[in-house]
Write a protein that binds this ligand. Structure first.
Ligand code: S3P
Ligand code: PEP
Length: 408
């Protein structure tokens, strides 16, 4: 299926009921389960990734299919490792290409027994769960922070707690801080000094917990504000001093002509002056924002140089490649070392008459490209249903704002 997206005839004011964060929801569900709490988590995300986590935790089966949900795969692997029983965890074809060896080896060192069912280093996994000893562990911090978060959350349940020493460059650091903060909310305080995180043995406490709105989802509305100039958006449910690393989007979009101001009513976005003629940023702490900024900068005609993209190749798709191929359809020629950077020096090529953007089973490809209709005119988005991974109501919201969103 494809949607044809057309720009709104008239840009107006719109109040956006943002989805809540899947990252926070999935941590809250694991911590709630580890606290043996009967209190439901409030404002859980309606995303596929969270619904899959919820389903797995409520399931009577010992076989779990987590689809394309990275956090669900990684957090559940650690969670199941410490529960006595035999468990099988699998996922989508793409999930079977997303590495998990670092986490599996770490859990095996802590006393778990995890085997690969198909390809070594990748899901699906067979987990023979047992009480884990814990103790000292060294772990690479430069592949996915989700391995670290997964281990930290089960840390207090181990006999000796956990002392994790991270090696290499630490990527996606705010997601680790978010995990530690949420663990503290559930009653266990940890200590992060230098490259070592110490989690004492302890018990999580049942807590009333409500999930805040998703700053990554908000990024698409910053993009819409940047590309549509005079619109007024009111984003609902965001926390001003959020632990979400993607809250950085507000400061970054200031350079691209979006003014963001918190009021009693929500986060108000209005247009302001663009203050840069070249956008340079290291996305090591906000990998999920890279697509939003690549599309926005091209549409605004602002050359860019992004670094810190080394994790993009192992996400829902190879996002570096996907951006290069799809932006070319819109007439923009990008460059990359195919490792960790992406740049645009302003080079253009002939644009497809009505570009049809492939989304590679990646929600962020669909969500970051659709706003481009404001600048390039009618375009198509292939497989638009992918947005349900994090923001199921995305298309409804675009329609309410005024975009044309029609089945081809
Ligand atoms: O812990 C989390 O909730 C996440 C961590 C990040 O992944 P990596 O640590 O693999 O970069 C991010 O890209 C993902 O969307 C969610
Ligand atoms: C990378 C993402 O998700 P995950 O790794 O949890 O599948 C994402 O939502 O952009």
């Amino acid at each position: 299926m494809q949607y044809t997206i057309s720009a709104p005839k008239q840009v107006s004011a719109y109040k956006v009921a943002l989805p809540t964060s899947k990252s926070i929801s999935n941590r809250a569900l694991i911590l709630n389960a580890l606290a043996y709490s009967a209190k439901p988590i409030k404002n859980l995300s309606d995303s596929d990734d969270t619904q899959l986590m919820l389903k797995a935790l409520q399931s009577e089966s010992n076989v779990f299919d987590v689809g394309a949900a990275g956090t669900t795969m990684r957090f559940l692997t650690a969670f199941l490792s410490k529960i006595v029983g035999e468990w099988t965890i699998t996922g989508s074809e793409r999930m079977k290409q997303r590495p998990i060896k670092i986490l599996v080896e770490a859990l095996n060192k802590l006393g778990a027994k995890i085997e690969y069912i198909e390809q070594e280093g990748y899901p699906p996994l067979r987990i023979y769960g047992s009480a884990l000893e814990g103790g000292d562990l060294e772990l690479s911090g430069n592949v996915s922070s989700q391995y670290i978060s997964a281990l930290l959350m089960i840390g207090p349940t181990m006999k000796d707690g956990l002392r994790l020493t991270l090696s290499g460059e630490i990527i996606s650091r705010p997601y680790i801080s978010l995990t530690l903060k949420m663990m503290e909310t559930f009653g266990v305080k940890s200590y992060w000094k230098g490259n070592t995180i110490t989690v004492p043995e302890g018990n999580y406490q049942a807590t009333d917990f409500s999930v805040e709105a998703d700053w990554s989802a908000a990024s698409y509305w910053f993009q819409i504000a940047a590309l549509s100039k005079d619109c007024q958006l009111n984003l609902q449910g965001l926390k001003r001093y959020s632990e979400q690393g993607d809250a950085k989007v507000a400061a970054l979009f200031k350079q691209l002509g979006v003014n963001a101001k918190f009021s009693q009513k929500g986060l108000m976005l209005t247009s302001s002056e663009i203050t840069t003629n070249k956008f340079s940023y290291n996305f090591i702490e906000q990998p999920d924002l890279a697509q939003t900024f690549a599309v926005t900068c091209c549409c605004l005609g602002i050359p860019f140089k992004f670094t810190g993209l080394q994790t993009l190749k192992i996400k829902e798709t190879d996002r570096i490649n996907a951006l290069i191929v799809e932006l070319k359809k819109m007439g923009f020629v990008l460059n990359s070392n195919q490792i960790d950077d992406l740049s645009w020096d302003g080079a253009t090529c002939k644009k497809d008459e009505k570009p049809c953007i492939s989304t590679y089973k990646d929600h962020r490809m669909a969500m970051a490209f659709a706003p481009a209709a404001l600048i390039i005119g009618d375009m198509q988005i292939d497989d638009p249903g992918v947005v349900s991974k994090s923001y199921p109501r995305y298309w409804d919201h675009l329609k309410e704002f005024g975009f044309g969103v029609k089945e081809k």
